[in-house]
Design a binder for this molecule. Structure first.
Ligand SMILES: [Zn+2]
Length: 287
């Protein structure tokens, strides 16, 4: 009798142990520049509240009987108080204060042999400016959906080779901080979507190379860059973990790796926060 009573628990334990680590990924909120803050907005018996950071809508999800906002905090936000607005429009509604803690990001110096990728020709300057606009527009994309799955799978197997937020210098010249997380892997390594969603765009950019944007709903967007091959097309719906292409070194890249960016309310946030539980030793980027 004891065996039979014990068996369901044992079966559950075995099932949990057999889950690949990637399936146990969980968002680990951190209210710092480049982080993701979780904000309580009251019981979910009322209609879903609308929240804004500037003119960008903010993700609001039902969680354990309450509405919770997931706020992407821009990397250039000073530590202190960040004001959001709750209401039907961004320029109205009641202010909601969010405390932002300081976070220091490291500095990295990179040498690129191809000077053409550091000092751009006028044609390439123009191309980069166009692409910059397009990328910013895609990152602001909003698709309303009641549910967003933030328990991610790893987009690729491999070694962490670059953290989010690192202040970079190419051949001594300052550049924008690192907008994502780099995973070094052999060319051809499969790249998978971290969560279910719809392919928002497929592009070939000067810096990012072959790139795929995936819209997971409510402003949560993932971006995969420097891909060798791409196996998806815009508009296509994908299940979590579905293959989207392969690791490559297209665009401005020093070797085969996946550059993975996560976007919330139009702002880049640290992808490592979504992999906290699944990270293992090679992807654990907690400071
Ligand atoms: Zn990168």
């Amino acid at each position: 009798m004891t065996l039979r009573r014990r068996f369901p628990r044992l079966a559950l334990l075995l099932a949990l142990l057999c889950l690949p680590p990637a399936l146990r990924a969980q968002l680990h909120p951190l209210a710092v520049p480049g982080g993701v803050a979780r904000l309580e907005l009251g019981p979910d018996t009322a209609a879903r509240p609308q929240l804004w950071l500037g003119d960008q809508p903010v993700t609001v999800l039902a969680r354990q009987g309450r509405w919770q906002a997931l706020v992407g905090i821009p990397l250039d936000t000073p530590a202190g108080t960040l004001i959001l607005r709750q209401g039907p429009r961004p320029d109205q509604g009641s202010p909601l204060a969010l405390r932002v803690e300081p976070r220091q990001y490291p500095v990295q110096n990179l040498r690129l042999k191809n000077k053409g990728q550091v000092e751009l020709s006028p044609e390439n300057e123009a191309r980069v400016a166009r692409e910059h606009e397009e990328i910013a527009r895609l990152k602001r994309h909003w698709r309303d959906t009641p549910y967003v799955d933030t328990d991610f799978v790893r987009p690729a197997a491999g070694r962490l080779s670059g953290r989010f937020g690192v202040r970079r210098f190419f051949n001594g010249q300052p550049r924008a901080p690192h907008s994502g997380l780099d995973i070094a892997a052999a060319r051809g390594t499969p790249v998978r979507t971290v969560s279910g969603g719809q392919v928002l765009a497929v592009a070939d950019y000067f810096f990012n190379g072959h790139s795929v944007f995936i819209d997971h709903g409510q402003g949560l967007i993932s971006l995969y860059c420097h891909l060798d091959g791409i196996d998806v097309h815009p508009g296509q719906w994908l299940e979590k973990g579905a293959p989207i292409g392969t690791v490559g070194s297209t665009g401005r890249s020093t070797g085969p790796h996946l550059h993975w960016t996560m976007v919330l309310n139009g702002t880049n946030v640290d992808p490592a926060l979504f992999l906290h539980q699944s990270a293992g030793t090679s992807l654990d980027t907690r400071p």
